[in-house]
Design a protein around this ligand. Structure first.
Ligand SMILES: C[S@@+](CC[C@H](N)C(=O)[O-])C[C@H]1O[C@@H](n2cnc3c(N)ncnc32)[C@H](O)[C@@H]1O
Length: 227
C-alpha cells in the first residue's frame, strides 16, 4: 500500500474505531517526524483500523512498529506482514516496561494509546508511554474528550496535573488528545498554526483550529470539523 488514499480506504473498510478526520489528523503528525527520531508503538489494535495507517507510515520511512494487544486477532497478523519491521505482541500493556521488543525499539516518536479505557489502565499506559517517548515525539490518546469514556479524560488530566513528568497536552480533537514534551511544544505550535488546516482540507477533512484562552493552563489548541 504505497498510496495514502488506498490506506485510508482500507482503514475505512476495517471494523473498529477511527473516523476519517482522526486518521487524517494522525497522518499529519506521523508525516512530520522530528528529525532523527524513529519508531511507532500502538497499544490496543483490535482489527487494525488504526494499525493500517501506522503500518503505512512505518513502511514509508523504514521504521519499526510495535502493535501490542491483549489478544492478537488474525487481521493484525496480516498487517504485520506489510513491512518487515512490524511486530505484533500479545500482552497486557502493564507489561510494557518489561517487554524486550519494546525496549529494543524505544524511544518511539509516535505512540497511539487505545487499549483498556478504565481510569487506572489509562493512567498506567500514559505513565509508561511517557518513559518510552522520544525527545520530540507525540503521544496520541484515543477517546480523549469522548463522553462515552470519561475515565480517559479524567486520567489524562490527573496525569497532567502531576509534577513528575515533562509532558503537555498541545491539541485535542476528533476524539484524540496529543501530548509532547514541553521542549517540543513550540515546534508543534508552529505546525498547528502553519500547515495543519490546509493539510486536513487537502485530504477532504476541512477543519478549524481553535486557540486556547490565556486562562487555560492545560490544552493549547482544539480542532473541530468545518462545514
Ligand atoms: C478500542 S479497541 C482498539 C481500537 C483500534 N485501535 C482500532 O483502530 O479499531 C481496544 C483494544 O485494546 C485491547 N486491550 C484491552 N485491554 C488491554 C490491555 N490491558 N493491554 C493491551 N491491550 C488491551 C483490546 O483487546 C482491544 O483490541
Amino acid at each position: 500500500m504505497k498510496n495514502l488514499s488506498e490506506v485510508l480506504a482500507r482503514s475505512a473498510q476495517t471494523e473498529g474505531w477511527l473516523s476519517r478526520h482522526a486518521a487524517v489528523l494522525m497522518h499529519f503528525f506521523l508525516s512530520h517526524p522530528p528529525e532523527g527520531e524513529r519508531n511507532i508503538l500502538e497499544i490496543g489494535v483490535f482489527k487494525g483500523k488504526s494499525a493500517i495507517l501506522l503500518a503505512h507510515e512505518a513502511a514509508q520511512r523504514d521504521e519499526s512498529l510495535i502493535l501490542l494487544d491483549i489478544e492478537i486477532a488474525p487481521p493484525i497478523a496480516a498487517i504485520a506482514q506489510l513491512h518487515p519491521k512490524i511486530e505484533a505482541i500479545e500482552a497486557d500493556s502493564f507489561k510494557l516496561p518489561s517487554l524486550a521488543q519494546v525496549q529494543r525499539a524505544a524511544p518511539f516518536r509516535f505512540i497511539h494509546i487505545d487499549g483498556a479505557h478504565g481510569y487506572s489502565h489509562v493512567l498506567d499506559d500514559i505513565k509508561n508511554c511517557a518513559k518510552l517517548l522520544s525527545w520530540r515525539g507525540v503521544i496520541c490518546l484515543d477517546d480523549f474528550f469522548q463522553p462515552a469514556w470519561p475515565d480517559v479524560t479524567a486520567a489524562a488530566f490527573d496525569f497532567l496535573a502531576g509534577r513528575d513528568h515533562d509532558l503537555v497536552l498541545f491539541l485535542a480533537g476528533f476524539n484524540k488528545g496529543f501530548l509532547c514534551r514541553s521542549i517540543a511544544l513550540q515546534s508543534y505550535c508552529e505546525l498547528i498554526e502553519g500547515p495543519l488546516a490546509s493539510s486536513m482540507e487537502a485530504l477532504g477533512c476541512k477543519s478549524s483550529v481553535k486557540k486556547r484562552t490565556q486562562t487555560n493552563p492545560f490544552c493549547f489548541y482544539g480542532i473541530v470539523p468545518e462545514r
